[in-house]
Design a binder for this molecule. Sequence first.
Ligand SMILES: Cc1ncc(COP(=O)(O)O)c(C=O)c1O
Length: 352
Amino acid sequence: MTGYKIKFNGIDRLYNDYSWRLTRRAKAVWESGYVLQGKYLKELEVQVAKKYKRKYAVGVGSATDGLYFAMKAVGLDKTSTVICPAFSYIATSGAIKRLGSEIHFVDTDTNGNIGDWHGHGLPDCVLYVNMFGNPADYNRLRQYCDTHRIPLIEDAAQSQGAMHGKTPSGAMGDVSIFSFDPMKNMPSFGGGGMVLTDSKEIYDRVLSLRRHGTSGKDKYGYNSLISEDHANQLLLLIQKFDKLQNMRNKVCKRYYKNLPEIEILCPTPKTKSSNHKFVILCDRRDELKAYLETKGVETKIHYSKTLDNHNVGNYPNAQNICAKALSLPIYPHLKMEEVDYICDRIKEFVYV
Ligand SMILES: Cc1ncc(COP(=O)(O)O)c(C=O)c1O
């Protein structure tokens, strides 16, 4: 088979599937004249809170902002210390840096999720990620944070749709943060994020921070919103979310079926992945990436460096993933024949 051109991200196909509905929703907002701070973002917040079993949700400009607001809202500042996995997207630790708190990086497990953080002293907060959509060990995190009465913050940017037992991602943190970046499972055509919590105090503080600081604590704040046209489109995508997840899961299953001998970063028992990324480990990763490129398959590396560049040797598991991980295309509208094609090219590279 030849002539394939398979993009890493499929938001264009998502648009094409729902084009007239998405266009109509954006147009309705533009024609109304109410393009910011209107009814659609409010409605989206209500629906996201309901779906993920939280009392409150606040739409913000990005998960990057959401993480920062969440940490400020739980009371962290320059004097605080935060436990954070050494392997994630830069936005995770970037939010702690922006706050000025001290970061204690910890190595991951072999799957890229937060490993053992003991030996760092008692932190003021644990910030963790469900990496690639595979839930981390939530029971252990929850027990530790409850025992020590410190907040657990869930960076759920990659894990909307994942479950740990009966707990959905989005409900695991004292504060949880989703991303609607175009690469994410519920992508907006202009990015965005959402902060979820059950605490009225945290909710009020994040509301204040996202719009110039109106509460007593915050004389100043930021301007970090989801525009009404994007909120109205996300209201369609939240209706379609489970259907789109099923389509994504089928793609993932096909990869598993086709690649039985390839090392894959997969979810642990009793958890359900959001299948945000499909990541294989390969010793000759860079060569494989280049080979797939010549065959019309776009792949990405998540991530080539640990978050703590200065102490690279301290994170053997994270470092192993940095050296070998290759993310393959995965999205609801990827066709089975395309998955088969990608897998055939991988096998031909690995075995021939
Ligand atoms: C784990 C993680 N945290 C945070 C972010 C930041 O999300 P956003 O692009 O919405 O700021 C991302 C986005 O890639 C991410 O993967």
